[in-house]
Design a protein around this ligand. Structure first.
Ligand code: BES
Ligand code: ZN
Ligand code: ZN
Length: 494
């Protein structure tokens, strides 16, 4: 889809169809011209409700309030409803409550995220109409909007939405199409397509050289060999360094602690942390953020076989910490352990890991929400705030000293599972803490995306399957850091 900002009034824009948002159920507005028809259709202007009037070439969508995520949702609802039509060009006005750029972004993100489709595996593909969307600078409250800032917002939102949709494609790909080797190939392609990005890929020998005993053990039983993937975006004179680490289990069968069949389905999504990390790196490089950004992925498959690692094994991670394996299905934390040691050695100013780590996190906060953990409250709340602006749902889970005791081991330094099943998301986070170097403890965040990364039903402007969880939240977070660094004072962005 091509999206343009139009300086003309909506009426003057030549387009096949028009989208009108009905804000706060307010049916009296100069843009709402079909009140009688809408009444006949019993259109109540609820969130996620739309009314298409084909003869008038207009579609109305309910927008509960002028909250940016309501705007995303309303635009997505309308665009989705138009997806089956032959309309090639669509127009919409601007809807602004506070800072205009935020609202331009919301329209663009709603349109691009809401119309994502994944038909790679359908033999009969529905014909895709190449559409153009025109966003008029004419505003709902007649506010004066500036072309330049709308255009800047447009290009940023396109980058963020496309990075999210790319992450969805990676997660939705089936295990055979996204083996660790193929994921590494994809990462190389992404790096090659970007400016100032370099790529390093290590295989199983690299894991041995690096003494990544935990990662190596998880990967061992699969015929698809592991890959360690490290992309670096380095602009000139970076103001700070960020490292993002992603869990890249291209398949998680559970290993010898085999998952029951109903829990194994959808475990292709266990690479969602890696996909998010790739999306963030691509987004950061395209947005040209003034920071050095590292992206580290531990990619492997957790399988069974004669060579499989076993419950009772003791593994030695890169930093020398010994780990008693009591459950081979708690494999993500083992892969991340070594990746976090590696990332710590880069001495970044901020370290964020993303992983579909625990079912317990889904139990704790529900399917749609990311669990944010870490030692630094300010950092956690900064990420929560960025998540909320981006439209992602996130909540914090508190570490505490009592839960920390539950991962003690009699025979090794720590156990890979807790002795109690309660608080499983937090004990997993506390396990990871052992691999974050001391100086980085306060600069580290752990995002458990097990819930939102992959849901087999539509929700909001997300389609069934992958949602690209983590990408928008972290890109908004990086942009917040950029604003702070440039002493950007816009209350709306704070
Ligand atoms: N990949 C799973 C976690 C998961 C569960 C992701 C549901 C997405 C949806 C992870 O490797 C796992 O199996 N975790 C175990 C940990 C347990 C053995 C301590 C779990 O959550 O059951
Ligand atoms: Zn597992
Ligand atoms: Zn897993």
């Amino acid at each position: 889809m091509k999206i343009n900002i139009a300086t003309e009034q909506i009426e003057k824009i030549e387009a096949d169809c028009e989208i009108i948002l009905v804000v706060d159920k307010q049916m009296k507005h100069k843009w709402i011209k079909d009140n009688a028809d809408l009444e006949t259709l019993n259109f109540k202007a609820e969130s996620e409700e739309s009314a298409f009037l084909p003869h008038q070439h207009r579609i109305y969508a309910g927008c509960a309030s002028l909250d940016r995520d309501e705007v995303r949702l309303a635009v997505a609802t309308a665009m989705k409803a138009l997806q089956k039509t032959a309309y090639k060009s669509i127009k919409i006005g601007s809807y602004v409550k506070t800072c205009p750029a935020i609202y331009t972004k919301a329209i663009v993100e709603g349109a691009l995220l809401g119309t994502y489709t994944f038909d790679k595996y359908k033999s009969q593909k529905e014909e895709k109409v190449e559409r153009e969307l025109y966003i008029s600078l004419e505003e709902y409250h007649d506010k004066e909007l500036k072309l330049e800032s709308a255009q800047k917002a447009l290009s940023e939102a396109i980058i963020i939405a496309n990075a999210t949709n790319m992450a969805k494609d990676i997660v939705n790909a089936v295990p055979d199409d996204m083996t660790p080797e193929k994921l590494a190939h994809k990462a190389q392609e992404i790096a090659d397509s970007l400016e100032n990005v370099s790529c390093f890929i290590g295989d199983e020998n690299f894991l041995k050289e690096q003494k990544m005993g935990a990662f190596e053990a998880v990967a061992r039983a699969s015929v698809h060999k592991p890959r360690f993937i490290h992309l670096t975006y380095k602009p000139q004179n970076p103001l700070a360094t960020f490292a993002f680490v992603g869990k890249g289990l291209t398949y998680d069968s559970g290993g010898l602690s085999l998952k029951p069949s109903e829990h194994m389905v959808s475990m292709k999504s266990d690479k969602s942390g890696a996909a998010a990390a790739l999306g963030i790196l691509k987004g950061a490089a395209e947005l040209k953020v003034p920071f050095e950004v590292h992206m580290i992925i531990g990619a492997c498959e957790n399988m069974i076989g004669g060579d499989a690692y076993k419950p009772d094994d003791i593994l030695v991670a890169k930093n020398g910490v010994t780990i008693e394996v009591r459950n081979t299905d708690a494999e993500g934390r083992l892969v991340l352990a070594d990746c976090l040691c590696y990332a710590s050695e880069l001495e970044p100013d901020y370290l964020v890991d993303m992983a579909t780590l625990t079912g317990a996190c889904v139990v704790a906060v529900g399917e749609y929400t990311t669990g944010i953990m870490g030692h630094n409250s300010t950092l956690k709340h900064g990420m929560i705030s960025a998540a909320s602006k981006s439209g992602e749902l996130a909540g914090t889970l508190q570490f505490n000293r009592y839960l920390k005791k539950l991962i003690k081991s009699d025979i090794a330094d720590i156990s890979n599972i807790a002795s109690s099943r309660y608080g499983g998301a937090i004990t997993a986070g506390l396990f990871l803490d052992n691999f974050v170097s001391e100086p980085l403890k306060e600069k580290w965040l752990h995002l458990d995306i097990a819930g939102p990364a992959f849901i087999e039903k539509d929700w909001g402007y997300n389609q069934s399957g992958a949602s690209g969880a983590g990408v928008r939240m972290c890109l908004y977070w990086l942009k917040e850091h950029e604003y702070k660094n440039s002493n950007y004072h816009d209350n709306e962005e704070k």
